[in-house]
Design a protein. Structure first.
Length: 76
């Protein structure tokens, strides 16, 4: 497992995380570890699922189809 050192974290933020950790009965280190893991990049499977969900919302496209001439006209 990797390790990191984070510098220049505000006292307010640290105290907030300490209070959260204490309320959960965990350490500050565990609270930060959980936060990092919850915000990790999506796995390939998660990305595919998100893409499919977005596509399903726009099935048929959100805009009417345009011809190439109409697109060119809009660029002028």
């Amino acid at each position: 497992m990797g390790q990191i050192l984070v510098r220049n974290v505000s006292d307010h933020a640290l105290e907030s995380f300490r209070m959260r950790a204490k309320a959960k009965g965990t350490s500050l280190e565990q609270e930060i570890r959980t936060l990092i893991e919850q915000h990790a990049p999506y796995t390939p499977e998660q990305r595919v699922a998100i893409a499919r969900a977005i596509r399903s919302k726009f099935k048929g496209g959100p805009f009417p189809s345009m011809t190439l001439d109409e697109i060119r006209e809009g660029l002028e």
